[in-house]
Structure formats: C-alpha cells, structure tokens
Ligand binder design. Structure first.
Ligand code: NDP
Ligand code: HSE
Length: 433
C-alpha cells in the first residue's frame, strides 16, 4: 500500500448500519485508501453493550462504551447510534475537537440540524449525511451540489422503506399490517421504535431535510404536515386498485406561487398514485425520489431506501469525501438557507382528492352530495356509485378536481354531518397525475 497519511476514524454505533460500515472499512481498507488518498484507520467502535451479538464478526478489541473518549483525537467521526441524545452532544463535541462528521441520523438533523451546521461552519468542519435520506440512494449530494445552479420546483418521493414494504405487501399479497411490520423490523428496515416509520415521522424528517436543501430554506420539522399509514386499511387498498391506483406514503415538497408571492409546502401522507406512474412500481423497501428542476426538468433517483449494507454504501461515500477534504484542507461546504421562503400550512395546499362515502341508497342522495361539494367550492371530476348490500347502502367514490385543502376538509365535515351520508370511509389525496 502507498504510504498514505493516516486518518483516525471513530465509529459511534454498530447496529444494522454501523456494523456493516465497520466491516467494509476493515475489509476494503486498501481500496478505500487509494480512493480517499488517505489510510482510513478504524480506531474504535462505541456501543452500549460490548458483548451484544453483531450482524457481522468484528474485532472485539475495537469496542468501547466510552464514546466521548473515542471521539477525542479522531479525524472523522461516524455517528450511527441514532436518536437525539447523546448523538447531538457527541457530534458537537466531535466538531469542536476538529473532526469532520458523517451521520445517517435524520431525526437529529431534522430537529438540531441548524445548531450542528452552525457549529461546523464556525470551525470549518464538514457534516455529511447522505445516508439520512433514502438509504443508499445518492440524493443529498445531487441536491446540494449537482443542482446548486438550478431551481428545484418540486420533490415527490417514497422516502420510507418500512412503510413502502408494508403497503406493497398489503397490495400485492393482501398481507396483514402487523405481520409485515414484524418482517420489516426483522430485516433491519424499521427504526428502533417503528412508530417513527408507520406514523410518518421518519418520512417527515427526511422531507424536512430534502426541502431545506432544495429550497435553500430552513424547514423546521413542525412545519411539515404529517400523516402515517396506520389508517390505511385492506379495503382502501382494494378500492384503490379497483380505481387504477396504488396507495404510497409520499413526501411532497413544492415551491408555490400565490399572487406573485413565493412560498413552499412540505407534507407527508398516504396518497393515491396512478398504477402507470413510475412511483407505483417502487416495490419492497425501495425508495424513489422525483425532483423537478426548472432547467434540468424531471429527474428520478431510485434504489434501496433502507438496510444495513445498502446504507453503509452512502456512509462510506461520505467518509471518502470527508477524508479527501481533510487531506486537501479548506473548509467544509456550509448549508445554504438564505432564500428563507415562507412555509405554507397544509390548509393552503391544493391537490386532487378521492372521497369514498357510504350513503343511503335512495333518490336525491347524489344530488344532495353534489350540492354539499359545490357549496364547499369543491369541483367534482368523476363519480362512481355501487350498491353495497341489501340494507339500502350505496358507495359513492368521488374524484375531485384540484381543491384547496381547507375547503376540502370543511366540505368533508359537512358531508359527514349530512343525513344521507352513513360514513365517510376515506379521503385520500391523488398525486402524480
Ligand atoms: P441500530 O439501532 O441498529 O444501532 C444503533 C447502534 O448504536 C447500536 O450498536 C447501539 O449499541 C448503539 N448505540 C445506541 N445508543 C448508544 C449510546 N447511547 N451509546 C453508545 N452506543 C449507542 O440503528 P441502525 O444501524 O439501524 O441506524 C443507525 C442510524 O442510521 C440511525 O440514525 C438511523 O435512523 C439511520 N439509518 C438507518 C437505516 C437502516 O436501514 N437501518 C437507513 C438509513 C439511515 P448496542 O448495539 O450496544 O445496543
Ligand atoms: N426506517 C427507515 C426506513 C430506515 O424504513 O426507511 C431508512 O432511513
């Protein structure tokens, strides 16, 4: 091996992702050195329990429970512990002690990103986080670097592998939600607490990170509208299929222009996607992100959105970049948030909807429903009525034209209160048409 300068790499966490990062750093040390122009020496791995079983065989002597001591003297700190604390404190400590940081911790970046980036900027350190969004897929670097000269208009993506895996198996096999979630946990896709996945928190964190990068605006997590998939039932999936759609948990971030005033909207919800749309054929734990930029036009990024070894690829890419920068000198690339665009509440967003109602099957009902919709400013595009049972119930599936969310939700409330409506079975947004 060429006598490269040695860089000390400290790894915090050896779970699904960390253990694979450690294995690859050790197994591919020579190759990585040639690419980075530096010998990447893994000096230690901090965990909670040094005796816990690992996904892969790693030298016992590298393990420690003293993360703070391990950071001291490291050139690059890889944080793959997850969670907010002590990850935040350790990352700040690493930055202040002169290290570059690589992390996959979207929960932390979506909540404490500004504080971490500010600390890095003050000392010229780099903070890289390709693994934080969409696992193995390169999306952070394309947004931060490749598209830095363009204007992103819209991002629409499947950014949570666990929920895509669950919805896909419910759709293709009629599988049961809880059983499939258990499989996603066993396969290492789900977060330590899978509520973060199924309730859309993980996707919302990723949406905040993507939107911040795409629109050069700090997007606080609280400003991301979030709905999860726990309300999605087998019958909703079946009805979607019947109508030519598939249900996907989508993260949507878009630039909007209201009367010449630019703003953005960032939201996560289960939506109906037409079966012929490329996002409809994203199966299993895969992720896909569509980026629509003014000059570049539509771009699609697709691949493994979760999984230990897949995510390790993104982490190692960041480590190699950080090593190159460390060797070459100069300051890390700062975050650009200077556009500071206002973020619209969900009520101001416009999309198309599909509303499914159970109604009394008698003359005049359709007219009553149509008049409630029209009074609410919601224009009907399609209507399909079927008889449900012999007890005088009919199902009406209404596809709307583009409507404002606040008009739609007040109209749904009026429908719900109407004598002719027995139940509002579902209200889903339609995206990708
Ligand atoms: P795991 O839960 O599998 O592993 C976490 C690791 O961190 C474990 O080794 C654990 O130690 C260690 N750890 C946790 N808390 C502490 C602490 N206080 N002190 C020392 N060590 C600690 O997480 P993942 O590998 O799945 O995820 C790591 C990060 O990567 C997270 O931020 C996650 O969101 C992100 N990510 C994960 C992906 C995936 O597919 N899994 C994909 C993309 C990003 P011990 O083993 O002793 O318990
Ligand atoms: N739990 C996350 C997911 C891991 O399912 O997408 C990848 O960030």
């Amino acid at each position: 091996m060429i006598d490269y300068r040695r860089l000390r790499i400290a790894l915090l966490g050896a779970g699904s992702v960390g253990s694979q990062v450690a294995r690859l750093l050790l197994e591919q040390r020579t190759e990585l050195a040639d690419r980075a122009g530096a010998d990447l020496e893994l000096v230690g791995i901090a965990v909670r329990d040094v005796n816990a079983p690992r996904d892969t065989e790693l030298p016992r002597e590298l393990f420690t429970t003293d993360a703070a001591a391990l950071i001291h003297g490291a050139d690059i700190v890889i944080e793959l512990m997850g969670g907010l604390e002590p990850a935040r404190e350790l990352i700040l400590e690493a930055i202040n002690s002169g290290a570059d940081v690589v992390t996959g911790n979207k929960a932390l970046l979506a909540t404490s990103g500004p504080e971490i980036f500010e600390a890095a900027e003050q000392v010229g350190a780099s903070v890289s986080y390709e693994a934080a969004v969409a696992g193995a897929i390169p999306i952070i670097r394309p947004l931060r670097d490749s598209l830095a000269g363009d204007r992103v208009k819209r991002i629409m993506g499947i950014v949570n592998g666990t929920t895509n895996y669950i919805l896909d198996r419910m759709d293709t096999e009629g599988a049961d939600f809880d059983a499939v979630l258990a499989d996603a946990q066993r396969l290492g896709y789900a977060e330590a607490d899978p509520t973060g996945d199924v309730e859309g928190f993980d996707a919302a964190q990723k949406a905040a990170i993507l939107a911040s990068l795409a629109f050069h605006t700090a997007v606080p997590l609280e400003s991301v509208h979030r709905e999860g998939i726990t309300t999605v039932t087998a019958s909703m999936i079946e009805a979607a299929r019947h109508a030519g759609f598939v249900i996907k948990l989508l993260a949507v971030a878009e630039r909007m222009d209201t009367d010449g005033q630019e703003s953005i909207s960032v939201r996560v919800y289960p939506a109906l996607v037409p079966r012929e749309h490329p996002l409809a054929s994203v199966h299993g734990a895969n992720n896909a992100v569509f980026v629509e930029a003014e000059a570049a036009g539509p771009l699609m990024f697709y691949g493994a959105g979760a999984g230990g070894v897949q995510t390790a690829s993104a982490v190692l890419g960041d480590v190699v970049s950080a090593a190159r920068r460390h060797i070459a000198g100069g300051v890390g690339v700062g975050e650009s948030t200077r556009a500071n665009l206002p973020i619209l509440p969900i009520g101001a967003v416009t999309t198309r909807y599909q509303i499914t109602l159970e109604v009394t099957d008698q003359p005049g009902v359709l007219a009553t429903v149509a008049s409630i919709l029209s009074d609410g400013g919601v224009s009907v595009a399609t209507v399909e009525q079927t008889v449900v049972d012999g007890a005088g119930t009919a199902r009406i599936v209404i596809g709307t034209h583009t409507a404002r969310e606040e008009d739609l939700s007040s109209t749904v409330q009026r429908l719900s209160a109407s004598d002719v409506v027995r139940a509002v079975s579902s209200v889903l947004r339609v995206e990708g048409e």
